[in-house]
Ligand binder design. Sequence first.
Ligand code: PAF
Length: 281
Amino acid sequence: MQTIRTIKKMQAVAKLLTVKKKKIGLVPTMGALHEGHLSLIRRAKKAADVVIVSVFVNPAQFGPKEDFKKYPRDEKEDLKKIKKAGGDIVFAPEAAEIYPCDYETYVVLENLPKTLEGEIRPDHFRGVATIVSKLFNITRPDLAVFGMKDYQQAMVIKKMTRDLGFPIRIIIAPTVREEDGLAMSSRNRYFDHIGRWEAVCLFYALRTAREMVKAGIVDTKLITKEMRAVILATCAVAKIDYIAFTEFETLKPVKKVVKNTVCSLAVRLHGVRLIDNMKLI
Ligand code: PAF
C-alpha cells in the first residue's frame, strides 16, 4: 500500500491508473477509522480495481466552536486498518497542501445545506462540498463511496456531483451499528462509560419511530413526541437539536411518513454531538 502526501503526486498516479484503464474507487475519510469506514472501503473494493482512501481532517467543515483541534487522529492505526480492509493507496495531505494561505475557492450549494445540520452548522457543507470536489479532481475516481450515517452529506454530495457534472458514480453504503444499535462514529470515542451507554438513545428513538410507523401511526408530530420521550428516558441530560422527517433525496420536510421518508436527528449528550437517521418504510 502506498501513502501519498502531495496533490501533484496523487494526480500523476491517478492519471497513470486511468491510462491503464483501472477503475478507481475513492473513500474520503477524516481518519480515526472504525468498522463503518472499513465497510466503505470493502464496498469500494467490490466495484473498483484500485481503492484510494483519503485521510484528511478538513478544517473547512468545522465551525469555530467545534471539535477540530480535539478530533481524534491516529494515522499509524488508520494505515494498518486501511491495508487490512483492502485499500491500495492512501492520500493523506497536510492542511497547507489542500488550503495554502492564499486559498479562496469554495463550493456552495444553494438549498440542500439550509436544513437539518446546515441550520446548526452554517458553513459545514461548504467545507464538505469543497474538500470532496477537490478530492474528486485530485484522485479522478470512477466511483466514490459515502456512508448513509451522514445522510444529508450523502445527498449534498450526490447533488453536487450531478450539478457540476463529475463523471463519478456515488455509492451510499448502509450505516454500521454497534451491537446495541449505536451508529458507529469517530466521535463515539469521546464518551466515558455512562455516556457511551446512554448514547444508544438515538437508535432507541429511531427504532420507536419505525415501530410506530409499522403499527400504522404516520403523523410526524406524534412520532416526534414519542421519540423525545424515549431519548430523555434513556439520557436525562440529552439536548435534542432536531428530529426531522424528510423526503429521501430532496430533504423536503414531510408531515406524514410515506415510502422513503427518512427520520434524522441530532442530539447532544455528555458534551458530544451525535447524528443518526433511518428510512422508516
Ligand atoms: O464524512 C466525513 O468523514 C467527511 O465529511 C468527508 C466526507 C471525508 C469530507 O471531509
